[in-house]
Design a protein around this ligand. Structure first.
Ligand SMILES: [Zn+2]
Length: 88
């Protein structure tokens, strides 16, 4: 099964972001199954049941079978529920 990695971004009302690191806006990193009907597209829900429509797709593919679904630099934001679903 193909997996799509998605970033849930924090909804900030302030526009005072400045030139800072956008990584600080990440709320969590989720995984979702690829849409079986539309190759290259993502299903409506993540593995933890959140809607994918407001999430930003992460351009990342695991290096191979057994490799983590999570980009190594995004480990601090790993969604525990998605991780559990993927390991079971
Ligand atoms: Zn999740």
């Amino acid at each position: 099964m193909a997996i799509v990695v998605l970033r849930e971004l924090r909804m900030e009302l302030s526009e005072d972001f400045g030139p800072g690191d956008p990584v600080s806006l990440i709320e969590a990193v989720h995984a979702a199954p690829a849409d079986p009907d539309t190759p290259g597209d993502v299903d409506d829900q993540t593995f933890c049941g959140k809607p994918t429509q407001d999430m930003e797709r992460v351009n990342y593919r695991p290096a191979g079978p057994g490799a983590s679904w999570l980009p190594p630099n995004m480990r601090p934001w790993e969604c525990a529920a998605c991780a559990r679903a993927l390991h079971s």
